[in-house]
Ligand binder design. Structure first.
Ligand SMILES: Nc1ncnc2c1ncn2[C@@H]1O[C@H](COP(=O)(O)OP(=O)(O)OP(=O)(O)O)[C@@H](O)[C@H]1O
Ligand SMILES: [Mg+2]
Length: 208
C-alpha cells in the first residue's frame, strides 16, 4: 500500500444494503478503536454534494450520458482530494458507500456501452482503486422492493426496471471477477446482522 490508511468501498445494486452495511461496519470499527471516515458517492465533500443534486435530481434526460460521466468524475475528483486522500494520509479507515465501480456499472452500461469512456476518464482523473471492495450481491427483485420503500427527491435513476437490475447484478459479479484481487462478494439475501458478520470477518482479517 502507498498510504497509511485503508480504503474500503461498498458496491451492489439498488437496495442491496450498502448504506446499512457501511454504517454497521463503521460503528463496529469505531467501537474497536479505529479512526473511521464514513462517506458516500456521489458526494462526500461539500463540492461533490452539490454535484450530487445535479446528477440525482430532476428530469431523467437532464444530462447526456457523456456529460453525466463527466459530472460523476468531477464529483469523485473533489471527494478524493478533499475527503478521501487526507483521511488515508492521516492513517484512517475510509469506508465509502459506492465508488468508481458504480460508475463503471451504471454510467458504463445503462445508456449504451460507455465503459471504455468511464475507464479512460478514471485513469486520467482518479487513478486509484479501493484497497478492498465489498460487493453485496443479492436478488434484484428483493433489492428493488427494498429500494422502492424509500421516498425522496433523488429520483433521476429510480425508474431502472427489473431487467436493468438483473443486468447490473451480473455486471457487478463480472467486475468482481475482473478485479478479483480487491473484491469480496458477500451474500446480501440474509438478515442485516448475518451480512454484517461476514463483512466484519473479512475486514478484520484484512486489518491483521
Ligand atoms: N439484510 C437486510 N434485510 C432486510 N432489509 C434490509 C437489509 N439490509 C438493508 N435493509 C433495508 O433495505 C432498505 C435498503 O437498504 P440500504 O439503504 O442499506 O440499501 P442501499 O444498497 O444503500 O440502497 P441504494 O442503492 O438505493 O442506496 C433499507 O430500508 C434498509 O433498512
Ligand atoms: Mg444507499
Amino acid at each position: 500500500m502507498t498510504h497509511a490508511g485503508l480504503f474500503l468501498t461498498f458496491e451492489g445494486i439498488d437496495g442491496s444494503g450498502k448504506s446499512t452495511q457501511a454504517r454497521m461496519l463503521a460503528e463496529h470499527l469505531q467501537g474497536s478503536g479505529h479512526e473511521v471516515v464514513l462517506t458516500r458517492e456521489p458526494g462526500g465533500s461539500p463540492g461533490a454534494e452539490e454535484i450530487r443534486s445535479l446528477v440525482l435530481e430532476g428530469d431523467p434526460d437532464r444530462w447526456s450520458a457523456e456529460t453525466e460521466i463527466l459530472l460523476f468524475t468531477a464529483a469523485r475528483r473533489d471527494h478524493l482530494e478533499r475527503t478521501i486522500e487526507p483521511a488515508l494520509a492521516a492513517g484512517k479507515i475510509v469506508i465509502c458507500d459506492r465508488f468508481a465501480d458504480s460508475t463503471r456499472m451504471y454510467q458504463g452500461l445503462s445508456r449504451g456501452d460507455l465503459r471504455g469512456l468511464v475507464d479512460q476518464l478514471h485513469s486520467l482523473m482518479i487513478g486509484r482503486e479501493p484497497d478492498m471492495t465489498m460487493l453485496i450481491d443479492m436478488d434484484p427483485d428483493t433489492g428493488l422492493s427494498r429500494a422502492k420503500g424509500r421516498q425522496g427527491t433523488e429520483e433521476r435513476f429510480e425508474d431502472f426496471g427489473p431487467a436493468l437490475q438483473q443486468q447490473m447484478r451480473a455486471g457487478f459479479l463480472a467486475l468482481a471477477d475482473e478485479f478479483s484481487d480487491r473484491f469480496r462478494v458477500v451474500d446480501g439475501n440474509r438478515d442485516m446482522d448475518s451480512v454484517a458478520q461476514d463483512v466484519t470477518d473479512i475486514v478484520m482479517a484484512a486489518l491483521r
